[in-house]
Design a protein around this ligand. Structure first.
Ligand code: PAF
Length: 282
């Protein structure tokens, strides 16, 4: 596996592969890799000739300086995992390389970003869209792979691809969970034992709410009961729980026949902010 650290190296490498007729898969990450990331790499390996994983803890998408500072950084261990998963090249740039000058362009995704993560983390999706656009321009992948744990991020990137006519296929892969249901996340490494023990409650509450949605319980009641259930755990501080249309992400008052519903939450456990979601198909 090659390690590339400059934008010029990445660009040259991917252009050469393209010119040789190879199909390129891009897996953008912020590192501290887990099985969810590795499954994206393996999926890319099955679909494409060349797999490029990127590891960059993107400062512009963090609205909380502590979250940025404490974000786990283990590039050597990550590189080993990527190599074993069949990755062809790792792009590991510095902040100066990705942002030789501060970006002034601002993205506005309208209603898609006025809810959930966008509402609770001002500027977050601007930072995500900025760095993902840069990566798409530099690598010009045929396919780009993202995890559905970040449901809203996938929706935003889908909009980005459509609005800016990026010539690539977006692949969204299902959330990978630990045996007890906790969604895999790089931030899970920061959970201490007591918080880790209660963390599966997040998925349990989502599952219970999904059953209620399937049973026709109204969205407001589902939301209220889920928030109460989360708040009953002293170690969990819920930030939001939304019952939303799975495509538009807008909160629902009532369910529309034939449309999927997504249940999304964010919560704090021992100073660590986690998100998760489940989709209820019609
Ligand atoms: O999902 C992530 O890890 C990040 O938001 C991404 C897509 C790599 C952009 O920094």
């Amino acid at each position: 596996m090659k390690t590339l650290t400059t934008a010029a190296e990445l660009h040259a490498f991917t252009e050469q592969a393209r010119a040789a007729g190879q199909r390129l898969g891009l897996v953008p990450t912020m590192g501290a890799l887990h099985e969810g990331h590795l499954q994206l790499v393996r999926a890319a390996g099955q679909d494409c000739d060349v797999v490029i994983a990127t590891i960059f803890v993107n400062p512009t998408q963090f609205n909380n300086p502590d979250d940025f500072r404490l974000y786990p950084r283990v590039p050597e261990a990550d590189a080993e995992l990527l190599r074993a998963a069949g990755c062809t090249a790792l792009f590991l740039p510095s902040a100066e390389e990705m942002y030789p000058q501060p970006a002034v362009l601002r993205f506005d995704f309208g209603p898609l970003e006025r809810v959930m993560e966008g509402a609770h983390r001002p500027g977050h999706f601007n930072g995500v869209a900025t760095v993902v656009s840069k990566l798409f321009h530099l690598a010009r992948p045929h396919r780009a792979y993202f995890g559905q744990k970040d449901w809203q991020q996938v929706a935003i990137i889908r909009q980005l691809v459509a609005d800016l006519s990026f010539d690539l296929e977006l692949v969204a892969a299902p959330t990978i969970r630990e045996a007890d249901g906790l969604a895999m996340s790089s931030r899970n490494r920061r959970l201490r034992l007591a918080a880790r023990a209660v963390a599966p409650r997040l998925h349990e509450v989502l599952q219970a709410a999904a059953l209620q949605v399937k049973g026709g319980v109204g969205a407001a009641q589902v939301q209220a009961e889920a928030l109460t259930a989360l708040a009953q755990e002293p170690a969990i501080t819920p930030e939001y729980f939304e019952v939303a249309d799975a495509q538009t992400l807008q909160p629902l008052q009532q369910y529309e026949p034939g449309r999927a519903v997504v249940l999304c939450l964010a919560a704090h456990l021992d100073g660590v902010r986690l998100i998760d979601n489940v989709v209820v198909e019609p």
